[in-house]
Design a protein around this ligand. Structure first.
Ligand code: ATP
Ligand code: MG
Length: 573
């Protein structure tokens, strides 16, 4: 899915939205000589999250749809918090999502000199001045929504004096906060952004790429529009909070008479229930060790989601389904889960694994005998092949598939009751063995009917349930990590107090003595499976090894999204 190759034109389901409408209009009027150039501009101060995926899919998707290009640009103009580790994570994750920027990986920090020259140009034009108010004074002077701004006493400094001071700011003569460079726009503007915004400040910090070379750094609003222009971007797509910054975006480009003036378009950011999508909050979770790291499978980061077993296809499908709009909304986490479930339903091989083992002894099955059942990997896709699953006298089944005193509507194994083993025989419970101390059933004794190997009884009798199993001696012990939502409330940021108070203490459950069928021995890290009747799982890419298998639960089989949309439909009737 290269940014330069148009999508298959026969694709009839190309997305359409207000941004694409704008682009199509610009193409009709030949505004940018038929060019479409977008960019994804993350600041490398954290790992990308699912919200970034929305922006990635949008920017790269549009470029691909209209035969344009999409650049990957590190928007690295603030040395504090930026790091090469984050650059690496961004590159890895955007690639993983399936997008390609060819050789167009750019860094705003590569434009520092050019940006500095632009700033000098503004000063010479009388459109920027060095202001020597303190940060607090500047804030005070700029006013508020209800209080008008007041001009800085330094606003009418001569061009020469401002040039001199600005050059000395760069040369390192001043402490942080002693002077800043401000645009001279309109202190009376109803839009606070336009009230002589700061465009450069002194910052004595090490930059992960430019080191100590610079001690002044451009502000986002100044650097961003000019970086877009330098890269000859046509459509600069950003999130809604930058709407009030658009006049400033345009002001810089107009004043500097740049050759390429991109068009800024804002869309609503992704908000997702039961999680937080803000790098600052995510850093906090990592820093406080509430999670194991950026790639903790409970994190909404792409690293975490990937480790959890999500596929890039599922994420892209999710981003397409949520679409883009101009109004803020919160997307239900259940929709994301629905997307991965649908994708894995197609692609994940089916296998058997018992998470909470209960021993079953088949009394009438010869000791030492082993049969191999040929079991297809996918019920609808024979192309996925099959594997042999060994069957023997002692099995494990799921504890919850047996009840000594079956409750109403419990149709699975119980004393005197017959069920079918998946891919195998009918078995009937004839006896149980209990722990003499606790009274807990620790072994279930059954008989099997050798005539039912096909899964049907020749006499036509039926069973109410089919349960999964593994053979005791053949199965492999595995650790299984069950994940649930990271927060126990839909909107942790909307609650009173600190958002970390709303963490779900049951978001991780580790099961150490699960038993999986022998075909899983040596399963590759990252590979995905459906554990029949249980859920979708993937081999943990970090902790799993040939010696000790570790599985992450990607998602359960239960589709709460289907339920939600069902009830939604009912309500609409
Ligand atoms: P955060 O609030 O998580 O720090 P950010 O906006 O500061 O996010 P950037 O690295 O500046 O993070 O974001 C890169 C791009 O991704 C920007 O264009 C931004 O608008 C977009 N983006 C960030 N968060 C979301 C989101 N939740 N939904 C859609 N797009 C997003
Ligand atoms: Mg940002």
């Amino acid at each position: 899915m290269k940014g330069t190759e148009p999508m298959d034109p026969t694709h009839s389901l190309l997305p359409s939205d207000f941004i694409r409408d704008i682009i199509e209009e610009d193409l009709r009027t030949n505004k940018y000589q038929g060019r479409v150039a977008t960019r994804f501009p993350p600041e490398p101060n954290g790992y990308p999250h699912i919200g970034h995926a929305k922006s990635v899919c949008l920017n790269f998707g549009i470029a691909s749809q209209y035969g344009g290009t999409c650049n990957l640009r590190m928007d690295d103009t603030d040395p504090s918090g930026e790091d090469q580790e984050y650059v690496n994570s961004i590159i890895r994750d955007v690639k993983w999502l399936g997008f390609d920027w060819d050789d167009r990986l750019y860094y705003a920090s590569d434009y520092y000199e050019q940006l500095y020259q632009y700033a000098l140009q503004l000063i010479r034009k009388g459109k920027a001045f060095v202001c020597s108010l303190s940060a607090d004074e500047i804030r005070e002077y700029r006013g508020t929504l209800t209080r008008p701004g007041k001009e800085s006493p330094y606003r009418n400094r001569s061009v020469e004096e401002s040039l001199d001071l600005f050059e000395r700011m760069r040369a390192g003569e001043f402490e942080e906060g002693a002077h800043v460079l401000r645009a001279k726009i309109d202190i009376a503007s109803p839009n606070i952004t336009m009230r002589d915004p700061v465009i450069y400040r002194v910052k004595r910090a090490h930059h992960y790429r430019t080191g100590e070379k610079w001690c002044i750094y451009p502000m986002y609003d100044f650097a961003h529009c000019l970086s877009d222009s330098i890269e000859r971007i046509t459509h600069s797509i950003c999130t809604l909070e930058f709407e009030t910054n658009r006049p400033l975006y345009d002001w810089f480009l107009d004043e500097l008479k740049v050759e390429c003036h991109p068009r800024q378009i804002e869309f609503a950011r992704l908000n997702l229930s039961y999680t937080v999508l803000s790098k600052r909050r995510l850093i906090e979770l990592v820093g406080k060790r509430v999670v194991s790291g950026w790639d903790d499978p409970r994190m909404p980061t792409l690293a975490g989601i990937r480790r959890r077993g999500y596929t890039p296809e599922a994420i892209r499908d999710f981003c397409e389904r949520i679409g883009v709009a101009k109004n803020e909304s919160v997307i239900d986490m259940a929709l994301l889960e629905h997307c991965v479930r649908e994708d894995l339903n197609e692609r994940a091989p089916r296998v058997m694994a018992v998470l909470h083992p209960l021993k079953v002894v088949i009394d009438n099955y010869p000791e030492g005998q082993v049969e191999e059942f040929d079991c297809p990997y996918h019920p609808q896709n024979s192309g996925m092949g099959s594997r042999k699953v060994p069957f023997s006298r002692v099995l494990f089944i799921e504890q919850e598939d047996f009840m000594e005193n079956p409750a109403k509507k419990f149709f699975r194994l119980a004393p005197g009751r017959e069920v079918r083993l998946r891919y195998g025989y009918f078995i009937k419970c004839v006896n149980v063995v209990k722990d003499p101390k606790t009274g807990e059933v620790i072994e279930v004794h059954c008989t099997y009917d050798p005539e039912t190997r096909s899964g049907f009884a020749p006499d036509g009798r039926k069973v109410e349930a089919t349960i999964h199993w593994v053979s005791e001696v053949h199965s492999v012990t595995a650790e299984v990590r069950l994940y649930d939502r990271l927060f126990r409330v839909p909107n942790p940021m909307g609650e009173s107090g600190d958002f970390t108070e709303y963490l779900n203490s049951k978001s991780l459950e580790i099961l150490k003595s699960c038993r999986v069928e022998p075909s899983l021995q040596g399963a590759a890290r990252g590979s995905r499976f459906q554990f029949e009747r249980v859920g979708y799982f993937c081999v943990d890419p970090v902790d799993s090894s040939g010696k000790a298998l570790v599985f992450n639960r990607t998602v359960t089989l239960r589709d709460s999204w289907a339920r939600i949309s069902e009830s939604f439909k009912k309500h609409q009737k």
